[in-house]
Design a protein around this ligand. Structure first.
Ligand code: PLP
Length: 477
């Protein structure tokens, strides 16, 4: 069992640098040419997608693959939706750009309203930017400014969790604990962020511990960390309600977020929830926090907001934090050229209208139950399948070398990537990952099909994933 320390271990940078967790897909080849575009890997040329429609991607080779992960849980209503395209074109015809310091658009106003109007959680305002990383950086600044406005200058620390991913910009990466992605940049990152243990029962709940005891232990660790820093110096605790990219759809144990909320409230520390990946219906409720019986002070949304039709993410702000600004300077001291961009807002508005009109969150929940049953029937009990977990249409399968000890695979095995590559070869795109925390390497694949997915499509996806798993199992025997 891994130790539960309060800061990231320093990795040997040389062991972290070679792949950054990047693996080419099955059809990606060593490139014979030198494209002008800087791809993630200089050595491999990604597949060119020539058409994307519904749940399918067509590659320049003519091959069609089922997009069972929507990129990384982005394409929530599928690709090529005509209503969204029409709304985008219409917006561009009328207003393609305005500077938000001086102007607004009905698309931006209506988007904020469709997300927030009538919400019973006290979320009052929305702020739109281009990506989840930017949303997290804006959130860090907003949270600091909330205290700054009251002259509370000593609050300067954030506490986040190991095994988390909050983005790639300097602020968001400081919060993250995705070590392969952050190690080279460590000297540039904020020293005012520390990390506590993830709420990750499969790997870290002790055999003799009940779920309640595990939650109490994690809550105790968080309290200890606040004490170590001095609670009066802490701005916020930051967490993903369901950990996505770093460990493969890990929901917290029951009661965890209630305990976290209580501890934050005890010291006047803000609770920030990052729902960039799990929000906007993906987990089977519009906000993932609704299943945790807590409400955040600030939260972020992203992938399901625009569904991939345009770059957009958002920060949702509670009445309490808005009041803090209103009672102070009345200004959020943060602005970007492309914030609340009309094209992005109009596209996202069309996506949100479809989600609400077609009751897609409820559908996501229902289809999620179907997917769970299919996955368990096809994979539970298989030799290297350690855990199958998730909510809504957001499912992770964790692979371990030893089911009994939960020992992870040696890094070179890259079991999750093997499954992903084979599945892609067989016509289904899924999202691989491998978290490394305290030496535990959580090989996983992630499934996040659109909320519009049909049962027949889910059957095909699960059959192919099981087949790909079978190949990978055979490979490592
Ligand atoms: N937060 C979470 C939970 C994410 O999963 C991601 C991206 O995967 C981000 C933030 C960063 O979003 P983006 O890649 O849009 O910058």
């Amino acid at each position: 069992m891994a130790p539960h320390s309060t800061s990231d271990p320093t990795l040997d940078p040389h062991s972290a640098i070679p792949s950054y967790g990047f693996q080419p897909s099955a059809t990606q080849k060593i490139t014979p040419r030198n494209p002008a575009l800087l791809h993630r890997s200089l050595a491999h040329e990604p597949d060119t997608v020539t058409h994307a429609g519904g749940i399918s991607l067509t590659l320049s080779s003519g091959r069609t693959v089922i997009d069972a992960c929507g990129g990384a849980a982005v394409a929530c209503i599928g690709h090529g939706n005509d209503e969204v395209l029409d709304a985008a074109v219409e917006q561009m015809r009328h207003v393609s750009y305005v500077h938000t310091g001086a102007y607004t658009t009905s698309s931006a106003e209506d988007l904020a309203a469709i997300i927030l109007d009538g919400n019973p959680y006290g979320l009052e305002k929305a702020f739109f930017v281009g990506s989840g990383s930017e949303a997290m950086d804006a959130t860090m600044k907003l949270a600091r400014q909330f205290f700054y406005e009251r002259g509370n200058l000593e609050r300067k620390n954030f506490v986040a969790r190991k095994q988390s991913y909050h983005g790639t910009t300097i602020g968001a990466m400081s919060l993250s604990s995705n070590l392969p992605r952050k190690v080279p940049y460590e000297p540039l990152l904020s020293k005012n962020v520390s990390h506590v243990s993830p709420a990750y029962a499969y790997q870290y709940q002790l055999p003799e511990e009940s779920e309640e005891q595990y939650v109490m232990r994690l809550a105790g660790e968080l309290d200890d960390e606040f004490q170590r820093l001095g609670p009066e110096t802490v701005i916020a605790f930051v967490a993903e309600p369901i950990v996505g990219a770093t460990s493969g759809c890990v929901p917290a144990p029951a009661g965890y977020f209630r305990s976290v909320r209580e501890i934050c409230d005890r010291y006047g520390i803000l609770l920030i929830l990052d729902e960039v990946m799990c929000g906007i219906g993906r987990s089977g409720s519009y906000f993932a926090f609704e299943q945790e019986d807590v409400v955040p002070d600030i939260m972020t949304i992203g992938k399901g907001l625009g569904g991939g039709y345009a770059p957009i993410a958002g920060v949702l702000v509670s009445e309490k934090v808005v009041r803090g600004l209103r009672d102070g300077t009345g200004i959020f001291n943060h602005g970007q050229t492309y914030q609340a961009h009309p094209l992005s807002c109009a596209s996202a508005l069309a996506v949100q209208k479809i989600i609400k009109r077609d009751d897609l969150v409820e559908r996501c929940k229902r289809m999620g139950h179907f997917l769970e049953r299919q996955l368990r029937a096809a994979l539970a009990g298989r030799k290297y399948v350690g855990d199958i977990r998730g909510r809504g249409l957001f499912w992770g399968i964790e692979f371990v070398r030893n089911g009994e000890s939960k020992a992870s695979f040696e890094p070179w095995v890259e079991f999750g990537y093997r499954v992903q590559r084979k599945a892609f070869e067989l016509g289904v795109a899924i999202y691989p990952g491998a978290a490394t925390v305290d030496g535990v390497r959580g090989d996983h694949v992630l499934l996040a099909p659109p909320y519009t997915v049909a049962e027949a499509e889910l059957r095909v996806i699960v059959r192919v994933v099981a087949e790909a798993y079978g190949f990978a199992e055979g490979d490592v025997e």
